[in-house]
Design a protein around this ligand. Structure first.
Ligand code: NDP
Ligand code: OXD
Length: 316
C-alpha cells in the first residue's frame, strides 16, 4: 500500500497494548513502519501518531508530524497538551466501539429500570422480598441521553426499540423517530425535568466540562439515576455524593473519572450507591480500527480529505 514511501507511524499510548495494534498493522499493512513510544527512533521519521493520552510535550518533539489519529472517539485526552502541534486530528468512529457503549447503556438502564441494585443488596443480606419490583413498564420510564452523536444516537435508538420513553439532548436540533429531542442551553432544563435515568454521552469540551453538577442533578426528577460513560470531567464528584446522600439521586453508574486509575482512597470505591467500571464501557478494537487509520494515512499522503477529522476549536 505504501511501497517505498516513508510514512512511519508512532503509537503513543502509555499503558495501552501497542503489541495488539502492531500485530494488526503488520497483518493489514505490512509495508507500514510502526514504532511504539517511547522507542521513537529518529523523531524526524514520524509522519503521524496514533495516540491515547499522549504525555504532554511528546508530540511536539516530532518535527515532521502531519496528523494525529486519536485511538478513541474522544480527543480531549490529546487537546490537553499545551504544546500540541497544529496538525489535523481524527477520531475513531467504529461500529464495535458504538456497540460496546450501547451494550453498556442498555445493561445499566435495564438494571435501574428493574431495581436490580436493591435485589443485589437483599441477596447480600439474605432477604426475600419482592416488593421492590413495581409494575412500571418501559414506556413509563423516561430515559434521557445527553449527546446524540455516533454513540448517543445508537443508544437512544436501541432504548426506544426496547420501549423506553426516550429523550435526547444535543447542541444542534435533531429529529429522531420516537425520541423527544431537545437542544442547546434552553432545551436542557425541560430535558432534565423528564429524565428519570440520565445517560451522559457528551464529548468533554469547554462547554460540557462540569455539566453534571449540583444544578443539573437537582433538575432531574427526585430519586433519578445517573449513568456517565463519557468523561470524568463532566461530573462534579462532590455534587454527586451530596445528591446521593440527599436522595435526589438513587444510584449512579460511572465508567470515567477525573483521575484514572481512580485513587485507592477515593470515596466512590466503597459507596453503596455507586457502581463503577474502569473506563471500559467500550474498547477500541484494533481489528476494525487499524483499517481506518491505514486509510487515513493513505489519504494524508495523497492529499485527500481525512475520515472523521474533528473540529479542534469545538473540541469534538
Ligand atoms: P460525537 O461527536 O459523535 O457526538 C457528540 C454529541 O454531543 C453530539 O450530538 C453533539 O451535538 C453533542 N454535544 C457536543 N457539545 C454539546 C453541547 N455543548 N451541548 C449539547 N450537546 C453537545 O461523539 P461520540 O458520540 O462519538 O462520542 C461521545 C463521547 O463519548 C466521546 O467524546 C468520549 O468522551 C465518550 N466515549 C467514552 C467511551 C468509554 O469507554 N467510556 C468510549 C467512547 C467514547 P451536535 O450533534 O449538535 O453536534
Ligand atoms: C474513547 C474512550 O474516547 O474509549 O473512545 O473513552
Amino acid at each position: 500500500m505504501f511501497g517505498t514511501l516513508s510514512v512511519t507511524l508512532l503509537i503513543i499510548a502509555p499503558g495501552e497494548r501497542p503489541d495488539w495494534w502492531q500485530r494488526e498493522f503488520a497483518r493489514l499493512v505490512p509495508d507500514l513502519e510502526v514504532r511504539a513510544w517511547p522507542d521513537v527512533g529518529d523523531p524526524a521519521d514520524i509522519r503521524s501518531a496514533l495516540a491515547w493520552k499522549p504525555p504532554s510535550d511528546e508530540l511536539a518533539k516530532l518535527p515532521n508530524l502531519k496528523a494525529i489519529w486519536s485511538m478513541g472517539a474522544g480527543i480531549d485526552h490529546i487537546l490537553v497538551d499545551d504544546a500540541l502541534p497544529d496538525v489535523p486530528i481524527t477520531r475513531v468512529v467504529d461500529p464495535y466501539l458504538t456497540a460496546g457503549i450501547t451494550e453498556y447503556v442498555l445493561l445499566h438502564v435495564l438494571r435501574y429500570h428493574r431495581n436490580q441494585p436493591v435485589f443485589e443488596a437483599q441477596q447480600r443480606d439474605h432477604v426475600w422480598d419482592d416488593r421492590a419490583r413495581d409494575l412500571r413498564q418501559a414506556d413509563e420510564r423516561p430515559v434521557g441521553v445527553m449527546g446524540l452523536g455516533e454513540l448517543g444516537r445508537d443508544a437512544v435508538a436501541k432504548l426506544t426499540h426496547l420501549g423506553f420513553d426516550t429523550a435526547g439532548w444535543s447542541r444542534t436540533a435533531k429529529d429522531i423517530s420516537g425520541v423527544a429531542c431537545f437542544h442547546g442551553p434552553d432545551g436542557l432544563a425541560p430535558f432534565l425535568a423528564r429524565s428519570e435515568i440520565l445517560v451522559c454521552l457528551l464529548p468533554l469540551t469547554d462547554q460540557t466540562a462540569g455539566i453534571l453538577d449540583r444544578d443539573t442533578l437537582a433538575r432531574l426528577p427526585e430519586g433519578a439515576y445517573l449513568i456517565n460513560a463519557a468523561r470524568g470531567g463532566h461530573l462534579v464528584e462532590a455534587d454527586l455524593i451530596d445528591a446521593l446522600a440527599a436522595g435526589q439521586i438513587t444510584h449512579a453508574t460511572l465508567d470515567v473519572f477525573h483521575e484514572e486509575p481512580l485513587p485507592g482512597d477515593h470515596p466512590f470505591w466503597d459507596h453503596p450507591q455507586i457502581t463503577m467500571t474502569p473506563h471500559n464501557a467500550s474498547i477500541t478494537d484494533p481489528r476494525s480500527v487499524v483499517a481506518q487509520v491505514a486509510e487515513n494515512i493513505r489519504r494524508l499522503e495523497a492529499g485527500e480529505p481525512l475520515l472523521h477529522q474533528v473540529d479542534r476549536v469545538a473540541g469534538y
